[in-house]
Design a protein around this ligand. Sequence first.
Ligand code: UDP
Ligand code: MG
Length: 326
Amino acid sequence: MNNSPIQFSSDAPRLSVVIPVYNEEDGLNALFDRLYPALDQITSQFALSYEIVFVNDGSKDRSAAILAMQYEKRPDVTRVVLFANNFGQHMAIMAGFEYARGEYVITLDADLQNPPEEIRKIVRQLEEGHDYVGTIRENRQDSWFRKSASRAMNHLRDKMTRITMTDQGCMMRGYHRRIVHLVSQCEEANTFIPALAYTFANKPIEISVKHEERFAGESKYSLYQLIRLNFDLVTGFSVMPLQIFSILGMLLAGAAGSLFLLLLIRRFVLGAEVEGVFTLFALTFFLIGVMLFGLGLLGEYIGRIYQQVRQRPRYMVSAVLEQAKS
Ligand code: UDP
Ligand code: MG
């Protein structure tokens, strides 16, 4: 673990914007057209320098080439980290954190769902001394299913972890270097960065930001990946699901014991009986379902422990495009 103190080199920019990119060839140029002017304007408004760290998460389309071209255009403020494979959005942000040098680090999606013009609001809060700027999406532009699933997960997370966020899913967020440094030291194989960062925040704040429809392409998350991500969120920050199962187990055992006693007494009072066989079947299958779910849940934790103990590298960087340090 790297425990070196936080260092600012004199030529490091004040603001780093970290953007994970996976198969975004159709939208990248539109992103550049809005992002660079927005940041240039912030530079003059707040008198701070910036850099943009793009992390190409093993895209299979032309994204890497487009990023390289953009690097040629603006090498002074652009850095590109190229992954050798697809390691997921949160790992891409982890790598971005590693390479970002700014005192403030802002993460952003590449699909223009988070308008770059809103970065200004986040910078203002960071300048005011907040070390974690969370965001709430103003009338979120996603499918009805995504929105209601999100709401349910937000609720569950709220009950099961000590993390309080209104809108956990919005990745456009601002962090102070101190928090980025702590997050970088966590060697978790699966994680959910906004939640992890929140656990280190001293003076968090939430602001609302605009949300737009995806500019081009489709969401890179399949239903399966969304389920996995939500398991990361719950298992990474709470063991309450396991405790719920222990309590449920106790209650069921208690109920079954009483039922047994009741049946025993009935046997002696009313005599032998074989009715209710199918009810018994239904009840048994239901309980088997509950048991399998519990077993699966245990597997979720154990699988993560297994991944963690193997200590394989979390991601592989194949190249970094950046200017040589003078
Ligand atoms: N992304 C990534 N790796 C992945 C999936 C997504 O780097 O495996 C990036 C993607 O390019 C985008 C951001 O993460 O910049 C958010 O992805 P997406 O817009 O598909 O998610 P949604 O908005 O649907 O939650
Ligand atoms: Mg998106």
